[in-house]
Design a protein around this ligand. Structure first.
Ligand code: PLP
Length: 432
């Protein structure tokens, strides 16, 4: 037999040694069918798979890649820093500089601690909130994903929704006994909970731009009402900005909606493509964190020099004047193109978008809460995904996942995306 050196052959090898052939479940294409591609390179708006074929990438490592793949200044920072040592387990220069860069950019963040994943960031922020308030109850929202720590693994977003597990096997009921789940977009549910149990609530954790079960954009008044309820009850507001941080604007969703969270979690963009995340917030709260206070939290690779250098180079690149405005313009153009294509082919669909984050959902009007997402539309996305993939366009492999533009998705790329979507929708309409 001649050994094949292509994507399918590599995935076959992956299947032999890795569960589902992947390191994270949604990557396995179970929600759209077919087999995942094995990547070997990324340049700007494009990814190349083993074997050499290229796709336009709308996944961007699930929102990490706001500068596109392999941005020069970030790669250079990684190379220079790596040559001087990969890990110290001691304070280091880029770590301090990244912390300063974050605190300078986010007025509601006075202190910051680095971790290695968004999961850790939210898990630690929750622990800190519980330690600070000396209360136990945590409130989260249906469809919001906050990583896979036990206490937050309830009704959480794409991977969980696709697999039909409201939570997960292996999480004991006791681990989520102090987690209350509310529907989004519902002030009444918030009021009722706070009236009954307000004095026991340590924190409310929310994605201010819920982007893990579609893009469920929330009303500004709703988010402010939530913040008010927290203040009045002495509960902390934790904004999980792992996706929205440095994505929806230079100050994230807090800046966009004028929110003043007590704690904020960051990930994805802030690590510039390296395994890095952070949680930050008011100095008074951080006095409770070890070594200053009794709430323990630690990490061998936390604040890693290479990862923090990548994050720092990314934040500096994002300072370029007009960058977010440009992303908005490209996003608007893309949105208009996608809408026109849907209309042309008589396809019932909505494009939900905030800046460079967007979601194409095959239902109208757009849902604002998880329970309003129609499974038929999600199934339709699977057919659409396949049609686009065949034509060189790579969407995240689930109808529940949002897509991303990067700085590298120039006008020509946006035009090509619209052309491929138009052709694919034509096929969908023809098959219906
Ligand atoms: C991705 C994500 C997480 C989890 O981050 P990981 O780095 O995957 O652990 C948490 N919260 C939100 C909002 C996310 O989008």
């Amino acid at each position: 037999m001649i050994p094949r050196n292509d994507s399918a052959a590599f995935f076959a090898r992956a299947l032999r040694v890795m569960p589902g052939g992947v390191s994270s479940p949604v990557r396995a294409f179970r929600a759209v069918g077919g087999e995942p591609l094995v990547f070997e390179r990324g340049v700007g708006a494009y990814v190349q798979v083993v074997g050499g074929q290229c796709w336009i990438d709308l996944c961007g490592s699930w929102g990490v890649g706001i500068l596109g793949h392999a941005p020069e200044e970030v790669v250079a920072a990684v190379q220079e820093t790596a040559a001087r040592g990969l890990s110290f387990g001691a304070p280091c220069v880029p770590e301090v500089e990244l912390a300063e860069a974050i605190v300078e950019r986010l007025p509601h963040v006075e202190k910051v601690r680095f971790v290695s994943s968004g999961t850790e960031a939210v898990m630690s922020a929750v622990r800190l909130a519980r330690g600070f308030t000396r209360r136990n109850l945590i409130v989260k929202f249906e469809g919001c994903y906050h990583g896979h720590s036990d206490a937050l693994l309830v009704k959480g977003g794409s991977g969980l929704a696709t697999f039909g597990n409201p939570s997960s096997a292996g999480v004991p009921a006791s681990a989520v006994a102090d987690t209350v789940v509310l529907p989004l977009d519902d002030e009444g549910a918030v009021d009722e909970l706070f009236q009954g149990r307000g004095a026991s609530i340590a924190a409310v954790v929310i994605e201010p731009v819920p982007a893990n079960a579609g893009l469920l954009l929330q009303r500004r008044e709703y988010l402010h009402a939530l913040q008010r309820s927290c203040r009045e009850a002495g509960a902390l507001l934790i904004l999980d900005e792992v996706i929205s941080g440095f994505r929806v604007g230079p100050r994230g969703a807090a800046g966009l909606y004028d929110l003043e969270p007590d704690l904020t979690t960051l990930g994805k963009i802030v690590g510039g493509g390296m395994p890095l995340a952070a949680f930050g917030g008011k100095a008074e709260i951080f006095e409770c964190l070890a070594p200053q206070g009794p709430v323990y939290q630690a990490g061998t690779l936390s604040g890693n020099p290479v990862a923090t250098a990548a994050g720092l180079a990314t934040l500096r690149a994002l300072d370029r004047p007009g960058l977010y405005e440009e992303l908005e313009r490209r996003g608007a153009r893309l949105e208009a193109g996608l809408r026109a294509a849907c209309t042309r082919h008589g396809i019932e669909a909505t494009v939900v978008r905030l800046g460079s984050v967007f979601w194409l959902v095959f239902q109208a009007p757009a849902p604002r809460a998880f329970h309003a997402i129609e499974p038929e539309g999600i199934e339709r996305f699977a057919t659409f995904h396949k049609a686009c993939l065949e034509k060189g366009l790579y969407w995240p492999p689930s109808g529940y996942e949002v897509a991303f533009l990067s700085v590298a998705h120039g006008e020509e790329v946006v035009r090509e995306v619209v052309r491929i979507v138009d052709e694919s929708l034509g096929e969908l309409a023809g098959a219906a």
